[in-house]
Every structure is written in structure tokens, then in C-alpha cells.
Write a protein that binds this ligand. Structure first.
Ligand code: SAM
Ligand code: SF4
Length: 355
């Protein structure tokens, strides 16, 4: 946490609103951080059952509790009015939600107007053959595809229900459509640990950036997370033995810190919620498919936006609820993965809050 943001900033009298006339319509949290990035989990359902993300027998939210696509559009648009510049749709698997392309299409108007800088998606890649052209047409230019192995048998073991060839075809389709693809890989001890250098060479060889992620203690799963947790500090040290990693200031608006790999010529990101807490620069909030706003991925505090959204056709109540919630965005998460056998940091799964 930087010095100036160590203490909450009173946005009435704090430096942000005095210096910036736009600050009134923007979201500044109690620590002076400007919230400009919204992640929206459009469904908690998924066609995969990744071992670190879900248990095999998940109970999903009743469909009647979900916001409609029109309501999701209204909610996202209210955030754009309040200064959000980047929206990422995620899930669950966002591309399995019926007619989701229409939401991308309608949100695309904010790209055209210039109010929104980027509309993007995190996907497991299973539906990209079907949807890549539609995503491009809606204004999406970069996507994240989650892929933890390039070994078909291991892929089956990790995702339980996924089909490797479908994802590979999806990647081809996405690149053909003109989408820039970043591969997100969760580092899993004893699972893909030995394969990480090959995956980096493979991704960079295809012209794809890649980001490694530490597994986070979110929701109960069938196994033990201490068995899966692989600190990226260790992975990075191992990679440095054979490769030259040069730190670069490249940023995509997310928490990754990037290096270039001299030997492959590609970019590699590290997302390290456990070994290096990145909360001091957090610019994000998350909304679930039921309209619950989480101000931090790793904390339970939340605000219901569905009731104010439905209470009136005007956005006054909704905007007031958003302001009130941003006013209590916490300083950061307290993730720990150790052998004390403690419960997950938060009980909800990543597929609920959206990765
Ligand atoms: N289904 C889509 C996908 O897999 O890309 C979007 C949702 S998924 C929850 C988003 C990202 O969260 C994926 O990259 C996944 O690997 C990651 N993820 C899921 N559970 C996680 C956990 N416990 N720790 C770290 N990353 C996790
Ligand atoms: Fe589904 Fe993504 Fe979770 Fe895997 S990581 S189970 S693809 S939501």
C-alpha cells in the first residue's frame, strides 16, 4: 500500500475531488483508488468442472434469481456513467449463457461513443468457434482464454468435462476473427508445474501472451488446496535459470505484472495474490449474475443492486446503492493457503464472483 493511500481519503475534502472536476461522477473508494474496471459474472454455470474451481456436483443458482440480459445491460451502463472504462464479462462460462452475444452487442454502443475503452471476456474457449466473429463484430478486440495444459489427457483430468480439441479449434477461430488472445494458466503443483516452460513456448510461438495465476482459496472444492498451491515466486525463479526475464511496465488494467522472455520474444504475466498482494492498486469491482456487487474478490462484504435496479426505471436508487458500496470497498484481501486446514477465505466459488 502506498503512503498516500494508507489511510482512507475523504472524497468530500480529499485531493481527488478537489483536483478533478469529473470526480463527482466517478467512483473513488475510501483509500483514494479510482474504480474504473467492472467484471460481470453473467452466469455461475459452466460446461467444465475444473478441479480447483468447482466440485463435480455443483448446485447452481435458480434461473429465476438471475438478472435478465436487459437488466445486466442497464447495470453495466450505470457503471459506465459512473466512470467505468473497462468491462469484462466472465462467469461461470459466459459464452454458455443463452443469447449472451446480444449483451456484447448492446454494450458495444459504449465503445462506439467512447465512454468505454474496452469490452472483453474471460472464457474457457469451448464456444469460440461459434462466437468469435460475433465478439469481434460487437467491438471486442482482446480476450482471455483459460488453459492450464496443452496435454489432452491432462486437460481432461483438470477440466473433468472439457474437450481439448474444441478449445484448440476455438483458439484458431478467435485468432482468425482478429481477436488478440491471452492465455491464463493457473499454476498447479504436481499437475502442470513441469509443463509451464513448454506452454510458454507454445503460446509465444502462436503469438499469444500468457499469464500465470496462483490458485486462490475460493469456495469448497473436492480436494485440498494446499496440494495444488504452487507459489509463482518459485516458478519464476525456475524459469530464470534457463530464460532471461526482463520486467516491463506493460499494463492491461488488471493485476498482472509482466516480463518479456528474451528467448521466445513473448510477454509473460504473473498474477500473485498470495506471494505478492496487489491490492494497493486495485481498480476493480465485481457484479454477479444476480446483481450482487462485491467490492473485493477476497472479502464477503457485498451490496445488493438488484432491488434498487428493479425498484425504479430511473437509475437514482441504483447509483446511490453503488456509491454507498464503493464507500466501503475494503483495503484488500487476506488470502492464505497453508497446512492449518482452515476454511476457504470466502465461501463462494470463483465461478460466482467471476474471475
Ligand atoms: N469459465 C471462464 C474461464 O475459465 O475462463 C471464466 C470464469 S473462470 C472462474 C475465470 C478464471 O478463474 C479462470 O482463468 C480460472 O482458471 C480461474 N480460477 C478459477 N478458480 C480459481 C481459483 N480458486 N484460484 C485461481 N484462479 C481460479
Ligand atoms: Fe468453468 Fe472456468 Fe471454473 Fe473451469 S475455471 S470450471 S471453465 S468457470
Amino acid at each position: 500500500m502506498s503512503q498516500e493511500h494508507d489511510q482512507p481519503v475523504n472524497s468530500e475534502s480529499g485531493f481527488t475531488s478537489q483536483l478533478d472536476p469529473m470526480a463527482q461522477s466517478q467512483m473513488i473508494d475510501p483509500f483514494g483508488r479510482h474504480v474504473s474496471y467492472l467484471r460481470v459474472s453473467v452466469t455461475d454455470r459452466c460446461d467444465f468442472r475444473c478441479v480447483y474451481c468447482m466440485s463435480e456436483n455443483m448446485t447452481f443458482l435458480p434461473r429465476k434469481d438471475l438478472l435478465t440480459l436487459e437488466e445486466l445491460d442497464r447495470l453495466c451502463s450505470a457503471f459506465v456513467t459512473k466512470g467505468v472504462r473497462k468491462i469484462r464479462l466472465t462467469g461461470g462460462e459466459p459464452l454458455v449463457r443463452k443469447n449472451i452475444v446480444s449483451l456484447f452487442g448492446s454494450l458495444g454502443r459504449h465503445l462506439e461513443s467512447g465512454a468505454l475503452e474496452e469490452l472483453t471476456v474471460t472464457t474457457n474457449g469451448s464456444q469460440l468457434v461459434k462466437f468469435s466473429d460475433d465478439l469481434y463484430a460487437a467491438g471486442v478486440r482482446r480476450i482471455n482464454v483459460s488453459l492450464d495444459t496443452i496435454d489432452a489427457a491432462k486437460f481432461k483430468a483438470i477440466t473433468r468435462w472439457g474437450e481439448f480439441s474444441k478449445v484448440m479449434d476455438g483458439l484458431d477461430a478467435a485468432q482468425r476473427a482478429g481477436l488478440e488472445v491471452k492465455i491464463n494458466t493457473v499454476a498447479l503443483k504436481g499437475v502442470n508445474e513441469g509443463e509451464i516452460p513448454d506452454m510458454i513456448s507454445w503460446a509465444h510461438g502462436r503469438g499469444l501472451d500468457m499469464t500465470l495465476i496462483e490458485t486462490m482459496p475460493l469456495g469448497e472444492i473436492d480436494g485440498d488446496r494446499t496440494d495444488q498451491y504452487l507459489p509463482l515466486s518459485q516458478v519464476r525463479a525456475n524459469l530464470s535459470e534457463s530464460w532471461t526475464l526482463d520486467e516491463i511496465p506493460y499494463k492491461t488494467g488488471g493485476p498482472a505484472r509482466y516480463v518479456t522472455v528474451a528467448e521466445t520474444g513473448g510477454r509473460l504475466g504473473f498474477i500473485t495474490p498470495l506471494t505478492h498482494n496487489f491490492c494497493e492498486s486495485c481498480n476493480r469491482v465485481r457484479v454477479t449474475c444476480t446483481g450482487t456487487l462485491y467490492m473485493c474478490l477476497g472479502q464477503d462484504d457485498a451490496a445488493d443492486l438488484r432491488a434498487p435496479l428493479r425498484a425504479s426505471e430511473a437509475n437514482d436508487l441504483l447509483e446511490a446503492a453503488i456509491d454507498e458500496a464503493i464507500g466501503r470497498k475494503p483495503k484488500g484481501h487476506d488470502f492464505v493457503i497453508d497446512r492449518t486446514g482452515q476454511a476457504p477465505a470466502v465461501s463462494r466459488h470463483m465461478s460466482v464472483t467471476g474471475g
